[in-house]
Design a protein around this ligand. Structure first.
Ligand code: 6PG
Length: 263
Protein backbone atom coordinates (compact mmCIF):
# COMPACT_ATOMS: atom_id res chain seq x y z
CA UNK A 1 0.00 0.00 0.00
CA UNK A 2 1.29 3.50 -0.78
CA UNK A 3 2.16 5.32 2.40
CA UNK A 4 0.63 8.60 3.51
CA UNK A 5 -1.73 9.16 0.60
CA UNK A 6 -4.81 11.22 1.45
CA UNK A 7 -7.81 10.36 -0.70
CA UNK A 8 -10.52 12.82 -1.68
CA UNK A 9 -13.44 11.39 -3.68
CA UNK A 10 -16.08 13.24 -5.71
CA UNK A 11 -19.06 12.33 -7.87
CA UNK A 12 -17.54 13.99 -10.95
CA UNK A 13 -14.68 16.04 -12.32
CA UNK A 14 -16.48 19.35 -11.99
CA UNK A 15 -16.99 18.97 -8.27
CA UNK A 16 -13.47 17.66 -7.91
CA UNK A 17 -12.07 20.76 -9.64
CA UNK A 18 -14.24 23.06 -7.51
CA UNK A 19 -12.99 21.53 -4.24
CA UNK A 20 -9.42 21.35 -5.45
CA UNK A 21 -9.37 25.02 -6.46
CA UNK A 22 -10.89 25.91 -3.07
CA UNK A 23 -8.10 24.03 -1.32
CA UNK A 24 -5.47 25.61 -3.56
CA UNK A 25 -6.78 29.08 -2.74
CA UNK A 26 -6.40 28.23 0.97
CA UNK A 27 -2.79 27.06 0.52
CA UNK A 28 -1.76 30.07 -1.60
CA UNK A 29 -3.53 32.60 0.63
CA UNK A 30 -1.83 31.25 3.74
CA UNK A 31 1.54 31.31 2.02
CA UNK A 32 1.13 34.91 0.89
CA UNK A 33 -0.26 36.04 4.25
CA UNK A 34 2.87 34.62 5.87
CA UNK A 35 4.96 36.81 3.54
CA UNK A 36 6.06 33.97 1.27
CA UNK A 37 6.20 33.74 -2.51
CA UNK A 38 3.75 31.10 -3.73
CA UNK A 39 4.77 28.70 -6.51
CA UNK A 40 2.64 26.09 -8.20
CA UNK A 41 3.15 23.61 -10.97
CA UNK A 42 0.19 23.13 -13.30
CA UNK A 43 -0.83 20.08 -15.32
CA UNK A 44 -2.08 19.53 -18.85
CA UNK A 45 -4.79 17.13 -19.97
CA UNK A 46 -8.42 17.14 -18.86
CA UNK A 47 -7.59 18.21 -15.31
CA UNK A 48 -5.49 21.14 -16.48
CA UNK A 49 -8.50 22.17 -18.52
CA UNK A 50 -10.90 21.71 -15.56
CA UNK A 51 -8.56 23.78 -13.38
CA UNK A 52 -8.48 26.68 -15.86
CA UNK A 53 -12.26 26.55 -16.32
CA UNK A 54 -12.94 26.61 -12.60
CA UNK A 55 -10.73 29.67 -12.12
CA UNK A 56 -12.60 31.46 -14.91
CA UNK A 57 -15.97 30.52 -13.40
CA UNK A 58 -14.95 32.04 -10.07
CA UNK A 59 -13.78 35.14 -11.87
CA UNK A 60 -17.01 35.41 -13.92
CA UNK A 61 -19.11 35.49 -10.81
CA UNK A 62 -16.65 37.68 -8.90
CA UNK A 63 -16.36 35.02 -6.22
CA UNK A 64 -14.86 36.46 -3.06
CA UNK A 65 -12.56 33.48 -2.54
CA UNK A 66 -10.55 34.45 -5.62
CA UNK A 67 -9.62 37.74 -3.94
CA UNK A 68 -7.91 35.92 -1.08
CA UNK A 69 -4.92 35.29 -3.35
CA UNK A 70 -2.82 37.84 -5.21
CA UNK A 71 -2.74 35.80 -8.42
CA UNK A 72 -0.34 38.20 -10.15
CA UNK A 73 2.30 37.33 -7.56
CA UNK A 74 2.01 33.55 -7.79
CA UNK A 75 4.72 31.78 -9.83
CA UNK A 76 3.29 29.34 -12.37
CA UNK A 77 5.30 26.40 -13.68
CA UNK A 78 4.33 23.51 -15.91
CA UNK A 79 5.20 19.97 -14.83
CA UNK A 80 5.29 19.04 -18.48
CA UNK A 81 4.91 20.86 -21.76
CA UNK A 82 4.41 19.77 -25.32
CA UNK A 83 7.29 20.96 -27.50
CA UNK A 84 5.23 22.93 -29.99
CA UNK A 85 5.28 26.68 -30.69
CA UNK A 86 4.03 29.16 -28.11
CA UNK A 87 0.35 29.83 -28.69
CA UNK A 88 -0.24 26.41 -30.30
CA UNK A 89 -3.57 25.03 -28.99
CA UNK A 90 -1.72 21.81 -28.00
CA UNK A 91 0.35 23.61 -25.35
CA UNK A 92 -0.40 23.05 -21.70
CA UNK A 93 0.34 26.67 -20.74
CA UNK A 94 -2.50 27.78 -23.05
CA UNK A 95 -5.03 26.13 -20.71
CA UNK A 96 -4.51 29.02 -18.28
CA UNK A 97 -3.94 31.82 -20.79
CA UNK A 98 -7.36 33.45 -20.42
CA UNK A 99 -7.00 33.41 -16.65
CA UNK A 100 -3.52 34.93 -16.88
CA UNK A 101 -4.85 37.64 -19.20
CA UNK A 102 -7.86 38.50 -17.08
CA UNK A 103 -5.88 38.55 -13.83
CA UNK A 104 -3.00 40.44 -15.46
CA UNK A 105 -0.38 37.96 -14.35
CA UNK A 106 2.98 39.37 -15.45
CA UNK A 107 4.81 37.26 -18.02
CA UNK A 108 7.77 37.11 -15.61
CA UNK A 109 5.68 34.91 -13.27
CA UNK A 110 4.52 32.54 -16.02
CA UNK A 111 7.36 30.09 -16.45
CA UNK A 112 6.91 28.69 -19.93
CA UNK A 113 8.94 26.00 -21.63
CA UNK A 114 10.57 27.37 -24.79
CA UNK A 115 9.01 26.28 -28.06
CA UNK A 116 10.89 25.11 -31.18
CA UNK A 117 10.96 28.71 -32.43
CA UNK A 118 13.14 29.76 -29.49
CA UNK A 119 15.33 26.69 -28.93
CA UNK A 120 17.55 24.34 -30.94
CA UNK A 121 15.71 21.19 -29.97
CA UNK A 122 13.74 19.62 -27.12
CA UNK A 123 16.92 18.82 -25.13
CA UNK A 124 17.91 22.46 -25.36
CA UNK A 125 14.42 23.51 -24.19
CA UNK A 126 14.61 21.08 -21.23
CA UNK A 127 18.02 22.48 -20.31
CA UNK A 128 16.76 26.07 -20.53
CA UNK A 129 13.78 25.19 -18.31
CA UNK A 130 16.13 23.67 -15.71
CA UNK A 131 18.21 26.86 -15.84
CA UNK A 132 15.08 28.94 -15.32
CA UNK A 133 14.19 26.80 -12.28
CA UNK A 134 17.71 27.06 -10.86
CA UNK A 135 17.76 30.82 -11.34
CA UNK A 136 14.46 31.14 -9.44
CA UNK A 137 15.22 28.61 -6.69
CA UNK A 138 18.89 28.68 -5.66
CA UNK A 139 18.24 25.53 -3.58
CA UNK A 140 18.28 23.64 -6.87
CA UNK A 141 21.86 24.62 -7.61
CA UNK A 142 23.03 22.31 -4.87
CA UNK A 143 22.80 18.62 -5.59
CA UNK A 144 19.43 17.56 -4.25
CA UNK A 145 18.27 14.27 -2.92
CA UNK A 146 14.92 12.49 -2.96
CA UNK A 147 15.30 11.33 0.61
CA UNK A 148 12.24 12.57 2.47
CA UNK A 149 14.18 14.19 5.31
CA UNK A 150 16.53 15.96 2.93
CA UNK A 151 13.92 17.42 0.65
CA UNK A 152 13.65 21.13 0.16
CA UNK A 153 10.11 21.94 -0.90
CA UNK A 154 10.31 24.20 -3.95
CA UNK A 155 6.64 24.32 -4.93
CA UNK A 156 3.65 24.81 -2.69
CA UNK A 157 1.61 22.48 -4.87
CA UNK A 158 2.42 20.31 -7.88
CA UNK A 159 -0.79 19.28 -9.68
CA UNK A 160 -0.57 16.20 -11.87
CA UNK A 161 -3.09 14.49 -14.14
CA UNK A 162 -2.65 10.74 -14.66
CA UNK A 163 -2.80 8.71 -17.86
CA UNK A 164 -4.47 5.29 -18.10
CA UNK A 165 -0.94 3.82 -18.23
CA UNK A 166 0.01 5.50 -14.92
CA UNK A 167 2.09 8.33 -16.37
CA UNK A 168 2.28 11.69 -14.66
CA UNK A 169 3.70 14.83 -16.32
CA UNK A 170 5.56 13.24 -19.29
CA UNK A 171 7.02 10.40 -17.24
CA UNK A 172 5.75 7.26 -18.93
CA UNK A 173 6.12 3.77 -17.44
CA UNK A 174 9.20 1.99 -18.79
CA UNK A 175 10.47 5.11 -20.60
CA UNK A 176 13.99 6.26 -19.59
CA UNK A 177 12.60 9.72 -18.75
CA UNK A 178 10.67 8.17 -15.87
CA UNK A 179 13.90 7.38 -14.04
CA UNK A 180 15.96 10.35 -15.26
CA UNK A 181 17.82 12.30 -12.59
CA UNK A 182 18.29 16.05 -12.43
CA UNK A 183 15.69 18.76 -12.75
CA UNK A 184 14.05 18.35 -16.16
CA UNK A 185 14.10 15.87 -19.03
CA UNK A 186 13.38 16.17 -22.77
CA UNK A 187 11.57 13.42 -24.67
CA UNK A 188 11.56 12.84 -28.42
CA UNK A 189 9.40 9.72 -28.41
CA UNK A 190 6.53 10.24 -25.98
CA UNK A 191 3.93 7.45 -26.33
CA UNK A 192 1.25 10.14 -25.92
CA UNK A 193 1.36 12.63 -28.77
CA UNK A 194 2.94 14.97 -29.49
CA UNK A 195 6.20 12.97 -29.28
CA UNK A 196 8.42 15.85 -28.18
CA UNK A 197 7.93 17.05 -24.64
CA UNK A 198 9.74 18.60 -21.69
CA UNK A 199 9.00 17.21 -18.24
CA UNK A 200 9.91 17.68 -14.60
CA UNK A 201 11.77 14.63 -13.29
CA UNK A 202 10.31 12.51 -10.48
CA UNK A 203 13.03 13.95 -8.28
CA UNK A 204 11.96 17.53 -8.91
CA UNK A 205 8.25 16.73 -8.45
CA UNK A 206 9.12 15.25 -5.07
CA UNK A 207 10.61 18.58 -4.02
CA UNK A 208 7.13 19.89 -3.50
CA UNK A 209 5.35 20.56 -0.24
CA UNK A 210 2.20 19.03 -1.73
CA UNK A 211 1.70 16.68 -4.64
CA UNK A 212 -1.90 16.54 -5.83
CA UNK A 213 -2.84 13.71 -8.19
CA UNK A 214 -6.00 14.49 -10.17
CA UNK A 215 -7.89 11.83 -12.11
CA UNK A 216 -11.37 11.06 -13.33
CA UNK A 217 -12.95 8.24 -15.31
CA UNK A 218 -13.06 4.45 -15.31
CA UNK A 219 -10.12 4.20 -17.75
CA UNK A 220 -7.79 5.14 -14.88
CA UNK A 221 -9.29 2.78 -12.26
CA UNK A 222 -7.01 -0.24 -12.82
CA UNK A 223 -3.75 1.66 -12.89
CA UNK A 224 -4.64 3.73 -9.84
CA UNK A 225 -5.45 0.54 -7.92
CA UNK A 226 -2.13 -1.02 -9.03
CA UNK A 227 -0.26 2.05 -7.79
CA UNK A 228 -2.24 2.47 -4.59
CA UNK A 229 -2.00 -1.14 -3.43
CA UNK A 230 1.72 -1.32 -4.16
CA UNK A 231 1.21 -3.99 -6.85
CA UNK A 232 3.19 -1.86 -9.33
CA UNK A 233 5.53 0.38 -7.35
CA UNK A 234 7.45 1.46 -10.46
CA UNK A 235 4.50 3.24 -12.02
CA UNK A 236 5.32 6.95 -12.29
CA UNK A 237 2.15 7.85 -10.36
CA UNK A 238 3.29 5.60 -7.50
CA UNK A 239 6.69 7.30 -7.28
CA UNK A 240 5.61 10.89 -6.68
CA UNK A 241 4.87 12.33 -3.27
CA UNK A 242 4.91 15.65 -1.46
CA UNK A 243 7.17 16.43 1.50
CA UNK A 244 4.11 17.48 3.52
CA UNK A 245 1.16 16.00 1.68
CA UNK A 246 0.30 13.59 -1.10
CA UNK A 247 -3.36 13.93 -2.01
CA UNK A 248 -5.20 11.90 -4.63
CA UNK A 249 -8.27 13.77 -5.90
CA UNK A 250 -10.43 11.23 -7.76
CA UNK A 251 -13.94 10.84 -9.00
CA UNK A 252 -15.85 7.70 -8.05
CA UNK A 253 -15.21 6.03 -11.42
CA UNK A 254 -11.43 6.43 -11.12
CA UNK A 255 -11.48 5.23 -7.50
CA UNK A 256 -13.71 2.25 -8.20
CA UNK A 257 -10.99 -0.39 -7.94
CA UNK A 258 -9.17 0.98 -4.93
CA UNK A 259 -9.39 -1.19 -1.84
CA UNK A 260 -12.48 -0.28 0.23
CA UNK A 261 -12.91 3.44 0.61
CA UNK A 262 -15.34 5.72 2.38
CA UNK A 263 -17.25 8.10 0.14
C1 6PG B 1 -0.23 16.14 -21.19
C2 6PG B 1 -0.31 16.01 -19.71
C3 6PG B 1 -0.50 14.61 -19.21
C4 6PG B 1 -1.93 14.50 -18.74
C5 6PG B 1 -2.33 13.05 -18.56
C6 6PG B 1 -3.79 12.90 -18.21
O1 6PG B 1 0.54 16.97 -21.67
O2 6PG B 1 -0.95 15.44 -21.88
O3 6PG B 1 0.35 16.85 -18.93
O4 6PG B 1 0.39 14.18 -18.24
O5 6PG B 1 -2.11 15.18 -17.55
O6 6PG B 1 -2.09 12.38 -19.77
O7 6PG B 1 -4.56 13.48 -19.22
P1 6PG B 1 -6.12 13.35 -19.21
O8 6PG B 1 -6.57 13.91 -17.89
O9 6PG B 1 -6.58 14.16 -20.38
O10 6PG B 1 -6.44 11.89 -19.33
Amino acid sequence: MLQNVDLRLFPDGQRLAAEMVGALIGVLARRQQAGGVASISCTGGSMGQAFGQRLLELQDRADESLGLVDWAKVHYWFGDERYVPLGDPERNDGLLQEFFDRLQVPESNIHRVLGPEDSDDVTDAAYAYAEQLRATYPELTERFSSERDERTPIFDVVMLGVGPDGHVASLFPGHPAATATGVTVGLTDSPKPPPERVSFTTELINHSARVWILATGAAKADVLADAFTGAKPDLPVARVSGAEQTMWWLDHAAAEKLPRHDD
